[in-house]
Design a protein. Sequence first.
Length: 322
Amino acid sequence: MSSPRPSSRPSFQPVPGTADTARRLEWRFLPPTLRAGIEQQLGSPVVSAESRNRGFTPGFASVLTCEDGTRHFVKAASTNAQPLFARAYREEARKLAGLPDTVPAPRLQWVLDDEWLAIGIEYVDGRHPARPWRAEELDACLDALEIVADQLTPPSPELDLGTAAAELGPFFECWEGVRELHPELAHVDEAEQLAARYAEVVAGETVVHTDVRDDNALIDRDGKVWFCDWNWPVVGAPWLDSLFMLIGPRGDGVDVDAVIKGRPLLRDVPAEDVDSVIALVTAYFLKSAAGPVPPTSPYLRDFQRWQGEVCWAWLCERRGWT
């Protein structure tokens, strides 16, 4: 099913986008013992390393090419110097291990867990969707998310995930901060009232990735879409990921409301429920954008601000607000 072409609505270009946004560790700077341990897992010496600098975390994330010609994707973080990211990678490994093979996600290969947490993940020979978004690539991503929702309903008990309502609940509390940060915004009270319905709206029995966007999707040579970075999945409504995937395209000028009408997971969702979720994530993005800039992720706040502005404009248009 084909999505509409980008419309003439204004395009909000991210500054600087999601390319080269992370300042990551590089292979040559990892401790020799860690490099040796990784090479032992790979079964061959590493001859080259290509850092993957999309995203907004500073952990090691590189495609390693070995002497035997094989390629591997490896992540690593120090459990002492980077405990937050080490825990995130450990959780990602646990969740990848619990995904069925029918889900379009790279498979977990191995884990090293000592002074450094390192995980080996199946290498996917692919590229990220182009920006601005193209209709056919957006279609492919939404098609793949429908497979994800089908295969992960209900969730496997071994995944042991929290609910969307519990994980997204703190987003609602951000509206108070938005009111203080942006007194110029009209309709904040109405938006907060919409977001207040989040618990009933996001409930469901499907594993939701929650972090789907262009830098967490790969399109391989056969056109198959793979979703990466399974750090934050929750159990919730099956249509949530499809809606989250539309934020970037909306900012790039795509008529995403027309897309919604043609997608099986979205077309029958009450408009008020869609607006509630948009209001919820708007508060999170606008409030988070005002936080300190992490030195290892200098563009994180810019990107959150961009997402917040895109979502606010989207919500205003849907609600008919000035």
